[in-house]
Design a protein around this ligand. Structure first.
Ligand code: F6R
Length: 240
């Protein structure tokens, strides 16, 4: 892992965003894995700004998001689909038909997992994956568990994740389940851009980088990926 430490979230967003923009300039039909949450916002701002300045076009990219809540309509303001539309997709020229999400309302989660895995293969595999981390060490919604997962699956969210994300839900209760890409799907991405900011992530970041590789800290598996760049602010790096 290459670990880079920055003073501000804006600096991280600019540096991480440049990796995505440079890849799309070199490979216009790049396949990009996206994450939601507060962490990627500065990175998505950089990408949208580069597009609005005419420095890059995203018209040929294909996207796959990491996860989506179950039992929440896709158009609900708290769905990850709407998050991506608001924070990135409506601000760039990605084609709607090239945007891929897990269907959190699929009647058959196993069939949905298979569909997503096949769509990723058909697209040629994920070239670059953005990752944030949960306070409990989750990546995507792969919560601490007894074994590493492979393809997408339906997961019961942990109390820690429900506590962290409930603050965004003001009209309906936060869903208890989500569909998430598995650890195997994440590890097959060619390149990983990982970002963590803030003191609340410091313990998970330490376990990920310096702890043993264990499904109890799902992010620790990234020690075994060949191309991970870790972007941290000083708070997130404070226990290293
Ligand atoms: C979101 C995701 C999660 C988040 C993590 C951190 O698609 O996969 O793993 O990256 O929960 O969330 P924030 O960035 O809000 O602290």
């Amino acid at each position: 892992m290459k670990v880079l430490i920055f003073d501000t979230e804006k600096e991280i967003g600019d540096a991480a965003g440049k990796i995505f923009v440079d890849l799309v300039k070199a490979k216009s039909n790049a396949v990009i894995g996206f994450a939601t949450g507060m962490t990627p916002v500065p990175t998505y701002n950089y990408m949208a700004e580069e597009y609005s300045k005419g420095n890059v076009s995203f018209r040929d990219i294909t996207t796959f998001n990491l996860d989506e809540y179950c039992d929440l309509p896709r158009e609900h303001k708290n769905s990850f689909y709407m998050f991506m539309m608001d924070n990135l997709f409506s601000r760039i020229d990605v084609k709607p038909e090239n945007i891929n999400f897990l269907d959190g309302n699929a009647a058959d989660p196993e069939a949905e997992s298979k569909r997503y895995a096949e769509a990723i293969i058909k697209a040629g595999g994920i070239d670059i994956q953005f990752l944030g981390i949960g306070r409990n060490g989750h990546i995507g919604f792969n919560e601490p568990a007894g074994a590493f997962t492979d393809e997408a699956f339906k997961v019961r969210l942990t109390d820690s994740t429900i506590e962290a994300n409930s603050v965004y839900f003001d009209d309906v209760p936060m869903p208890r389940y989500a569909m998430t890409m598995g650890i195997g799907s994440i590890m097959r991405a060619g390149k990983i851009v990982f970002v963590a900011t803030g003191k609340a992530k410091a313990q998970a970041v330490k376990a990920m980088i310096q702890g043993e590789v264990t499904p109890k800290c799902p992010a620790s598996i990234l020690q075994q990926h060949k191309d991970v760049t870790v972007f941290l602010d000083r708070d997130a790096a404070s226990l290293l």
